[in-house]
Design a protein around this ligand. Structure first.
Ligand SMILES: NC(=O)c1ccc[n+]([C@@H]2O[C@H](COP(=O)([O-])OP(=O)(O)OC[C@H]3O[C@@H](n4cnc5c(N)ncnc54)[C@H](O)[C@@H]3O)[C@@H](O)[C@H]2O)c1
Ligand SMILES: [Zn+2]
Ligand SMILES: [Zn+2]
Length: 334
């Protein structure tokens, strides 16, 4: 099978690899689509994502496909099933796993990070992370289930109520997912801050966003929001998120900043406004919710998937040579 192998820092090779073998509890998947994201950019550049990737390795952690074969102990899927695969595999035995916080697992492994992933014609995964797709969810949209499931985890960590006014900062793929998801979770108003007029306009016209702020020329109203989701990961946007918080607000710090970055905030505000500043890491047990958001039509990702790439274009994408990308997926089969 054809695979894009990360052979070193910023080094890719397309190789012909043997079909991977499966253990009794594993599934072999014919890849349909593999989404690529900022995490792949970090892994490609030699920085860790949710965990470190050690070359040679096949990246691709946002995968959909069709089951090719199953091990003898697998009961939840069968050959021919259309599936999406949660990349994250937890040990089930550490303190965090035993206290229902598996995302913090001390021995996290992941398809497309610590074991070969979906930037290949086939890949394997334990059956416990393989989810069958409803008929009305396309394999292409299904490549977005992993990022959606990360957003669902972030939303799960907030206490959302219908009276709240929410602000999403960031008009990238994740920010645009959040703009829709917080509405699906019942918040009555969501506003969006970003830097691209066309994306902001689309979110007002298609996705029910009320007010938009292009922060290259407009400022975000301060002390105005009950829920703020920061989905960029820069110190400036993190500071904007806290500044936008009214009394009692919850701020979700979802964006991933550079490892050495810090942002500044007024410490008295935390006390006086009784703020909650909440981090969010990956996607524990949120795949079912992510799939249901697509199945129900409450979340529309098709307009956000701007690019369908071949394996030979992934390096150019990660080098920033492909412009105007909202979300890119690599097509391997269908
Ligand atoms: N916590 C998690 O589990 C998790 C999961 C997935 C992604 N993330 C992080 O979420 C962030 C967003 O992901 P993404 O895929 O949308 O990223 P992305 O690659 O699309 O980039 C971020 C986007 O933010 C927007 N942006 C840039 N500067 C901005 C500014 N000053 N104000 C407002 N918007 C600005 C741009 O539209 C840009 O495209 C990243 O930091 C990513 O690493 C976190
Ligand atoms: Zn990703
Ligand atoms: Zn564990």
């Amino acid at each position: 099978m054809k695979a894009l192998v990360l052979t070193g820092v910023k080094q890719f090779e397309i190789q012909n690899l043997p079909t991977p073998e499966i253990a009794p509890d594993e599934v072999l998947v014919n890849t349909a689509y593999a989404g690529v994201c900022g995490t792949d950019h970090d892994l490609y550049a030699g920085r860790p994502g949710s965990a470190a990737a050690v070359p040679p390795i096949v990246l691709g952690h946002e995968n959909s496909g069709v089951v090719a074969a199953v091990g003898a102990a697998v009961t939840n899927v069968k050959p021919g099933d259309r599936v999406a695969v949660d990349p994250n595999i937890y040990c089930g035995q550490c303190d965090y796993c035993l206290t229902q916080r598996p995302e913090l697992c001390d021995h996290l492994s992941a398809v497309g990070v610590t074991r070969d992933g979906g930037l290949a014609e086939q890949f394997t995964a334990p059956a416990s992370v393989v989810y069958r797709l409803p008929d009305n969810v396309s394999l292409k949209d299904a490549a977005a289930i992993e990022p959606i499931s990360c957003a669902v985890h972030g939303v799960d960590l907030l206490k959302l109520r219908p009276y709240q006014k929410a602000l999403v900062i960031g008009d990238g793929f994740m920010g645009q997912l959040f703009a829709q998801i917080v509405q699906a979770y019942g918040v009555h108003q969501v506003d969006l801050a970003g830097i691209f007029d066309d994306k902001l306009k689309r979110n007002r016209e298609l996705f029910g966003v009320k007010n938009v702020y292009n922060t290259t020329r407009e400022s975000i109203p301060e002390e105005s929001y009950d829920v703020i989701i920061e989905a960029v990961g820069l110190p400036t946007t993190q500071a904007q998120a806290v500044a936008a918080a009214r009394k009692g607000a919850q701020v979700l710090m979802f964006g991933v900043g550079p490892q050495e970055a810090h942002f500044e905030m007024n410490t008295y505000d935390i006390y006086k406004k009784q703020l909650t500043i909440q981090g969010s890491f990956i996607n524990p047990l949120t795949f079912k919710d992510a799939i249901s958001l697509l199945e129900s039509g409450k979340l529309d990702v098709a307009p956000l998937i701007s690019h369908e790439l071949g394996l030979d274009e992934v390096q150019d994408f990660l080098e920033g040579k492909i412009k105007g990308v909202s979300k890119a997926v690599v097509k391997l089969g269908d």
